[in-house]
Every structure is written in structure tokens, then in C-alpha cells.
Design a protein around this ligand. Structure first.
Ligand code: APR
Length: 278
């Protein structure tokens, strides 16, 4: 890919070198890309971690295969498994992590161009990242509608059904109601396609807590231009990030990783205070 050749912008591919690049005021347009891994320490399981991931723990829903729980054609014939899961995942009972606060800190420093997330937990919003700086590429629980006639459905009604583990149906056509989470087989929101070019304008890209296995989201990091650093904070190497002259790897827990980067930037105290208020 375009990140293999050419001398790097960073003196070294280290957190310290990246922190110098950041505090020297070089990057003004940081793009952040995240997945379920940034919410696991909030108590929300990710999808693909071997033992703790959601897909390893859905046996009780006797699905034909794990992803069926988020498959639109399967949902049409059997909405039960999704609504059982929705009861566990529904936003409101989880506290944002320090990683979510780090994204807000970037915004407060005027450095955040956009936060692309695959998560549906809205924890970045709850941490104080403004809505116009978030692209929820896989939708969220913020809205729900009928999958047949597309009529919007009242939020409080949906919440009542989620709490009671019952299945909400459209008052108008009796069709199944579904939160506007992007299921396998559905289109991503227009918001994603409108903003998917932004990474090509970024002067720093930070990827955190994602396996980068689901497209088109997984193609975002490759949109970052040559000579622009990319930082991966993740338990494992993903998406080919790490081989480029300006790729920096911070492998391990993302909360520890953002603390390490914040400390190198001299922002740790500010970050801890921000998170403590969340
Ligand atoms: N710190 C750092 N990395 C972590 C942590 C953590 N605390 N916890 C998990 N990870 C890493 C895992 O090692 C893995 O690489 O985060 C990644 C999570 O990957 P997935 O479980 O595949 O989650 P995600 O990438 O968000 O899934 C993408 O798939 O199921 C669909 O639509 C759903 O949005 C979801 C999409």
C-alpha cells in the first residue's frame, strides 16, 4: 500500500516521537476510528474476542451462526435473539471509559476533525464529544422505525419493550420495529458516505479497539495520506497498520494506551480530571 515506501514524518515510530509531533502543534485535523474494544472496560463485551466476545456467548440464543443476531433477514423471521441482546446492551447503564474522554479531550483542544465509530453504545456522546464530530457508521439506538413502512417509533415505547423483553410492532402496519443499528444486509447511514473522505484530509489518524474486519468501515485507515502518522491502540495488530514509515503501534489495553499517549503529551492530569467528571 501507499504507506510502505518514503521516509517518515516522525523521527521514530514511538509514542514519544508522536507526542512531540502533536505538542509541536503539527496536527490540527485528527481523525479517530474506533470499535467495540474501547467500550469493553465499561462492561460492554466486544464481538470477536475469543472468550469474552459477544459472538462467543450467544449460544443460549441458539442462532444458526453468531452474526445472525444482527442479520436483517434472520431478524425478520426471528426478532427474539436481537431483543434479548438489546435488553443487555441498551444504552444508559454504562459509564464512558477514559478512552472516550480522550476523544473528548482532543475535541476540547481543537484537534478533532471527526470520530468515526462502529459502536452503537453512544458512550462517546455521553463523554461529551459533540454530535457533529461523530459518525456512527453502524447506526445507534438513538432512533427506531418500522422495517416495513419505515414509520418512526416512539423511543419510550421501544424502551418499554426492551425492558419487558417483548417485541415492538408498528402501530400502523404491524411490521417489526428495529433500532436504527446497521444490520448485516443493510446500507450504512448516508452520514458515513458523506464523511468517508475526511481521513484523506487528516494529519493524524488514531485507530482504537477494532478488529477492522467489517467493510466499508475497515477501509477508512487506508484513506490516510502518505507522510501522515497513523497510531493503532489495540490488543492486537489489525488492518495492516504498523508497517508504514509513520505507523505507531501501542499494543495492549486502550485505556492504558491513551494514558501513555496523554502522559507523553503532558495531558494526563487534564485527562484524568475530565474523565473523573464523566
Ligand atoms: N483494549 C484494546 N483493544 C481491545 C480491548 C481493550 N480493552 N478489548 C478488545 N480489544 C480489541 C480486540 O482485540 C479486537 O481487535 O478490539 C477489537 C474488537 O474487535 P471486534 O470485537 O471485532 O469489534 P469491532 O471491530 O467493533 O466489530 C466491528 O462487527 O459485529 C459487527 O457491526 C458490528 O460494529 C461491529 C463490527
Amino acid at each position: 500500500g501507499q504507506h510502505e515506501s518514503s521516509p517518515g514524518t516522525l523521527a521514530e515510530r514511538t509514542v514519544e516521537s508522536l507526542a512531540k509531533y502533536i505538542t509541536n502543534g503539527k496536527p490540527k485535523k485528527i481523525v479517530v476510528m474506533t470499535g467495540a474494544g474501547i467500550s469493553t472496560s465499561a462492561g460492554i463485551p466486544d464481538f470477536r474476542s475469543p472468550d469474552t466476545g459477544l459472538y462467543a456467548n450467544l449460544a443460549r440464543l441458539n442462532l444458526p451462526y453468531a452474526e445472525a443476531v444482527f442479520d436483517i433477514s434472520y431478524f425478520r423471521q426471528n426478532p427474539e435473539p436481537f431483543y434479548t441482546l438489546a435488553h443487555e446492551l441498551y444504552p444508559g447503564k454504562f459509564r464512558p471509559t477514559i478512552t472516550h474522554s480522550f476523544i473528548r479531550l482532543l475535541h476540547e483542544k481543537g484537534l478533532l476533525l471527526m470520530h468515526f465509530t462502529q459502536n452503537i453504545d453512544c458512550l462517546d456522546r455521553e463523554a461529551g464529544v459533540p454530535g457533529d464530530k461523530i459518525v456512527e457508521a453502524h447506526g445507534s439506538f438513538a432512533r427506531q422505525s418500522c422495517i416495513d413502512c419505515s414509520r418512526p417509533y416512539p423511543q419510550d415505547e421501544l424502551k418499554r419493550h426492551v425492558d419487558a423483553k417483548s417485541i415492538p410492532r408498528c402501530d400502523h402496519c404491524k411490521g417489526l420495529v428495529k433500532p436504527e443499528i446497521v444490520f448485516f444486509g443493510e446500507q450504512l447511514p448516508a452520514e458515513f458516505f458523506k464523511n468517508k473522505w475526511l481521513p484523506s484530509q487528516a494529519d493524524l489518524c488514531i485507530v482504537m479497539g477494532t478488529s477492522l474486519t467489517v467493510h466499508p468501515f475497515a477501509s477508512l485507515p487506508s484513506m490516510v495520506r502518505e507522510h501522515r502518522p497513523r497510531l493503532l491502540i489495540n490488543k492486537e495488530r489489525v488492518g495492516g497498520i504498523g508497517s508504514g514509515p509513520d505507523d505507531v503501534l501501542l499494543l495492549g489495553d486502550c485505556d492504558a494506551g491513551v494514558r501513555k499517549l496523554a502522559a507523553a503529551c503532558g495531558w494526563l492530569d487534564e485527562l484524568e480530571k475530565l474523565w473523573a467528571k464523566t
